[in-house]
Design a protein around this ligand. Structure first.
Ligand code: ADP
Ligand code: MN
Ligand code: MN
Ligand code: MN
Length: 365
């Protein structure tokens, strides 16, 4: 049933990947392009093993080819901000998360990391933790969901969530490869599961403190796209890839401060929910790359979502904007889950918005 016919034979690669590199290291610089959603990458040779992003030089790229600048003044700068082991090239080679700047050193339009880092610095005494549940859908290269019959549809939703068996889940090899690759890289991947719609999957990253959430989630997405490339399959982060009676894809953001995690933390959780309610519209604008347009297809009030127009919250309520997990209700402390962020959200924007609203009590309108 699962058909890897598009898979290319890559065993021949092994002959080359073992070659000695004379002590040189490949650093693959990864950055967010002008869509605020797509990732780009290019490689630099360095003659030492970088241990931290500051060991690596600022680099540049052609912003006119990434929808980030005009051809006449196209150079953009890449600043290394986080470094991971490279699970594809292995050895001492690295994957390097970068943020991007224009020729005059202003952040690129889709560089939401800079302000996020500033906000996290200001809020660091409250130790904000995040855990994001990244949902995605595997597609064939013709955009057809992976493993779905070419004519017609699979049976209705029900047996697929956390399912097992060739008639229940499609593409597990990809999920397993991605999970291991993230672990090898040093990403704080917390788990994975098959989702409600067949060919849809989820993995979680976290808990991460502050700016680390965005860095780790973006690099986990890069690794996902790169693993899928090896399998000849595409990972879509579209929040509603199949219209109709099929679940969409989100990026639930779980959040806590130190005070919420300690005894009596429920008071602080409820206080945060109250603040989030007042800023619902601002958050919706920050929760997908198109300021709420993408999420409008997903947050319908059906398929385990809340309505995009209405804020709601509740213990164990998966049809609410904010859910307080049952266990948190029982123990009286822990975290809250913001179910609104879209699968293609920018985690720098999402985490910044949550901290501005609930911790710093400020918002630049
Ligand atoms: P769900 O029940 O909504 O499917 P998951 O188990 O998929 O939840 O994801 C829960 C996420 O919450 C994980 O990423 C985990 O790291 C994160 N998490 C757990 N505790 C906390 C906490 N105190 N603060 C923030 N995030 C947390
Ligand atoms: Mn989950
Ligand atoms: Mn899920
Ligand atoms: Mn969830």
């Amino acid at each position: 049933m699962v058909d890897y016919s598009a898979k290319l034979d890559k065993t021949i690669m092994d002959r080359y990947m073992d070659l000695d590199t004379g002590g040189c290291v490949q650093a693959m610089y990864v950055w967010i392009d002008g869509s605020g959603e797509g990732l780009r990458a290019k490689t630099k040779t360095v003659d030492f093993e970088p241990q931290s992003p500051s060991d690596l030089p600022v680099w540049n790229y052609d912003g006119s080819s990434t929808a980030q600048s005009e051809g006449s003044n196209s150079d953009m700068y890449l600043h290394p901000v986080a470094i991971f082991k490279d699970p594809f090239r292995r050895g001492n080679n690295k994957l390097v998360m970068c943020d991007s700047y224009k020729y005059d050193q202003r952040p690129a339009e889709t560089n939401f990391r800079k302000t996020c880092a500033e906000v996290m610095e200001r809020a660091k005494a409250s130790h904000p933790w995040f855990g994001i549940e990244q949902e995605y859908t595997l597609l064939c290269q013709d955009k057809h969901p992976f493993g779905w019959p070419k004519l017609g549809y699979p049976g209705p939703q029900g047996p697929y969530y956390c399912g097992v068996g060739a008639n229940k889940v499609f593409g597990r090899d990809i999920v397993e490869a991605h999970y291991r690759a993230c672990m090898y890289a040093g990403i704080k991947i917390a788990g994975s599961n098959a989702e409600v719609m067949p060919a849809q999957w989820e993995y979680q990253v976290g808990p991460c403190e502050g700016i680390e959430m965005g860095d780790h989630l973006w690099m986990s997405r890069f690794i996902l796209h790169r693993v899928c490339e090896d399998f000849g399959v595409v990972a879509s982060l579209d929040p509603k890839p199949m219209p109709g009676d099929w679940n969409g894809a989100g990026a639930h953001c779980n959040f806590s401060t130190l005070a919420m995690r300690e005894k009596g933390g429920m008071k602080h959780i409820l206080d945060a929910v109250e603040k989030l309610e007042k800023r619902h519209d601002d958050h919706i604008r920050a929760y997908d790359p198109n300021n709420g347009e993408d999420n409008a297809r997903r947050l319908t009030g059906f398929h385990e979502t809340s309505s995009i127009d209405e804020f709601s919250s509740g213990i164990a309520n998966r049809a609410a904007s904010i859910r307080i997990p049952r266990q948190v209700g029982d123990t009286g402390c822990g975290y809250l889950e913001d179910r609104r962020p879209s699968s293609n959200c920018d985690p720098y924007r999402v985490t910044e918005a949550i901290v501005r609203t609930t911790v710093l009590n400020d918002w630049n309108n």
